[in-house]
Design a protein around this ligand. Structure first.
Ligand SMILES: Nc1nc2c(ncn2[C@@H]2O[C@H](COP(=O)(O)OP(=O)(O)OP(=O)(O)O)[C@@H](O)[C@H]2O)c(=O)[nH]1
Ligand SMILES: Nc1nc2c(ncn2[C@@H]2O[C@H](COP(=O)(O)OP(=O)(O)OP(=O)(O)O)[C@@H](O)[C@H]2O)c(=O)[nH]1
Ligand SMILES: [Mg+2]
Ligand SMILES: [Mg+2]
Lengths: 271, 293
């Protein structure tokens, strides 16, 4: 599509389409193209390099590293079906391979067979899991899990929650209650991990925004990156909310997780 | 939303008697931005804008209506037309003859939950004996999930004993026939449109069972790639309809518009909650007003 020739209006249009088709959104896309136009570059290569640098400066990424000598808690949240439960399996395994001890908590007591699903992952890794029956109060599982994690002296407790749409107030209240329990117990380093689906459009920003308002989001994992969507929703979230992306989910197997890499991510936008 | 965009663009044009290229220039740009913000696919937006521009300029403004309202109506009608003029029902055979419905789609789209909702809907609205078939042999506890969903829907669930989706689908078909079921609903594993093996698997199930309805189950909050994904499923399976899930979210739902425009298959139902009764027949006006915002 792009070969070594000079930039004209048509090229700018094509570049804008590359940005828009990546789910970057009209706001950021038009801002970048306007900047590009004013830059007065004369080749497509230079234009792409310019855009890559601009995008590079927008993205927030960060490594998630466990703190020593304290219980680390990751509360996993997000809307329905994005890959929370599967990602917990991957995340647990990721830390197990680093020699850490992990405990899981099945606090999705609503969805059919949610506890069974997470229990399978726990069994695969032979790690303990705190759970109760369907319909139990998720807050009580969080309560028990934190106590259990502390008494067991595990490095990391990962808590699975039910998928919930951010526009459902009673579900966001339920999540807030679960978070308050962790906060109240104290003595731990807690990260709220928002899971978003790479194929999601502009609503992903609203998801991040509301979850962040309700319980605060410390880090984000983007799943289904292997569906070949470009995941451009990363930019709006980074720019307006300053929440770092920490992991990418790229498949359904336990090893299909990688640390979020800014360069690789931007490269793929322009492939 | 788009309605506001049009209103703002036309604010300066009070008293204008007809829509011209000049006075809709700004409105067009704003509509384009609003549609993309609503997740309508870029290529679909281009075509749509061309269509409504041509229509708008060609129109004499109706005496009772001002250009702004006229233009909003043109955009709204344009969206409704593409979405489909009325809801299209399931292709149910006469009772006593087995109807087969196959569900397919991306991971996490809502297939298993929708299978249960559909089963309950058919059972209650048409007093039919429905059997669910658990053909997801990959996802941990997928079978348990469908069994629980079947309980909530009040229908039987067929569970095979081998880890072979194609074999299980055929066994469930035999079981449906011998058990005198009216409808067999096949729940399949989530799969990527770019996973050749998995797309071949669902294609084989479809070839073997020759379903009466092949429904593409899709998350309504999908972004620009919705078209590419829907196209691939449609090319592989020749779907007979689409079910859009999670419409109870506050997503604008532009994917619905994009998918319909590109593969032109009817949107039969929308998912409106996680509960077993959270399934509604599709009405284009509702979706159009959401996209318009
Ligand atoms: N291709 C692909 N599929 C994924 C990925 N992550 C999760 N999945 C699949 O997405 C589907 C949903 O995953 P879950 O882990 O159940 O999602 P969830 O967010 O826990 O869902 P709910 O609890 O129902 O809200 C499953 O079929 C997973 O195998 C990924 O990175 N790539
Ligand atoms: N709010 C809402 N949630 C829904 C709707 N449909 C499905 N869900 C939820 O979406 C999540 C995923 O649903 P599943 O039925 O497991 O999706 P699936 O397509 O079978 O997933 P895989 O088999 O892993 O591909 C679950 O949490 C469901 O409760 C809907 O219409 N509204
Ligand atoms: Mg889950
Ligand atoms: Mg399923």
């Amino acid at each position: 599509l792009f070969t070594g020739k000079s930039l004209d209006d048509n090229d700018l249009l094509k570049l804008e389409e590359v940005l828009l088709s990546s789910d970057i959104g009209p706001q950021i896309s038009s801002t970048l193209i306007t900047k590009l136009r004013l830059k007065g570059l004369n080749t497509i290569e230079n234009a792409i390099e310019f855009l890559k640098k601009e995008l590079h400066d927008i993205i927030c990424d960060k490594e998630y590293i466990l703190k020593d000598g304290v219980l680390n808690i990751v509360l996993v949240l997000g809307v329905n079906g994005v890959g929370k439960t599967t990602s917990i399996g991957k995340l647990a395994n990721f830390h197990l391979k680093k020699g850490k001890t992990v405990l899981l908590a099945a606090a999705d007591t609503f969805r059919a067979a949610a506890t069974e699903q997470l229990t399978r992952w726990a069994k695969v890794m032979d790690i303990p899991i705190v759970k109760q029956g369907e319909g139990a109060d998720p807050a009580s599982i969080v309560y028990d899990a934190v106590d259990s994690a502390k008494s067991k002296g595990v490095d990391l407790l990962i808590i699975d929650t039910a998928g919930r749409l951010q526009n459902k107030k009673h579900l966001m209240d339920e999540l807030k209650k679960m978070y308050k329990i962790i906060e109240t117990k104290g003595g731990c380093d807690t990260h709220n991990l928002l899971v978003i689906d790479a194929t999601t459009g502009q609503n992903a920003f609203h998801q991040a925004h509301v979850f962040n308002e309700v319980v605060g989001v410390n880090m984000i994992m983007m799943t289904k990156y292997d569906a070949l969507s470009k995941g451009g929703i990363v930019f709006n979230i980074s720019k307006k909310l300053n929440i770092p992306f920490t992991f990418i989910g790229k498949g359904e197997k336990i090893e299909d997780i990688e640390v979020f890499n800014r360069e690789k991510f931007i490269e793929r936008i322009f492939n | 939303g788009i309605t506001k965009a049009i209103s703002d663009s036309f604010k300066v044009l009070t008293g204008n008697a007809r829509i011209t290229e000049t006075n809709i220039g700004n409105a067009i740009n704003d509509i384009r931005t609003a549609l993309i913000e609503a997740d309508v696919n870029m290529v679909v937006v281009k075509d749509f804008i061309n269509e409504i521009t041509a229509k708008a300029i060609g129109e004499q403004v109706v005496r009772a209506v001002n250009p702004k309202d006229q233009f909003i109506k043109i955009v709204n009608d344009g969206i409704v037309d593409i979405l489909g003029s009325k809801s299209e029902a399931l292709k149910l055979k006469p009772k006593g003859t087995l109807t087969v419905i196959l569900l397919a789609g991306l991971q996490g789209a809502g297939k298993t939950t929708t299978a249960g909702k559909l089963a309950r809907y058919i059972k209650n609205s048409d007093n039919r004996k429905v059997l669910l078939s658990a053909c997801d042999v990959y996802r941990p506890a997928a079978i348990e999930q469908l069994q629980r969903v079947g309980e909530l829907a009040g229908v039987d669930v067929f569970v095979g004993d081998k880890k072979d989706a194609i074999k299980i689908s055929k066994e469930s078909y035999k079981h449906a026939k011998s058990g005198n079921y009216d409808v067999l609903i096949i729940d399949t594993a989530g799969r990527l449109h770019v996973d050749k093996d998995m797309m071949m698997e669902v294609k084989k199930i479809s070839k073997d069972l020759r379903p009466d309805d092949i429904l593409f189950v899709c998350d309504s909050m999908m972004g620009q790639h919705a078209v590419e994904i829907a196209k691939e499923f449609n090319d592989t399976l020749e779907v007979t309809g689409v079910i859009l899930t999670k419409f109870d979210s506050d997503t604008r739902g532009g994917a619905a518009f994009s998918i319909k425009k590109v593969i032109n298959k009817p949107i039969k139902f929308i998912g409106v909650s996680e509960k077993i009764d959270g399934l509604e027949v599709f009405y284009p006006e509702r979706i159009a007003s959401r996209i318009l915002g």
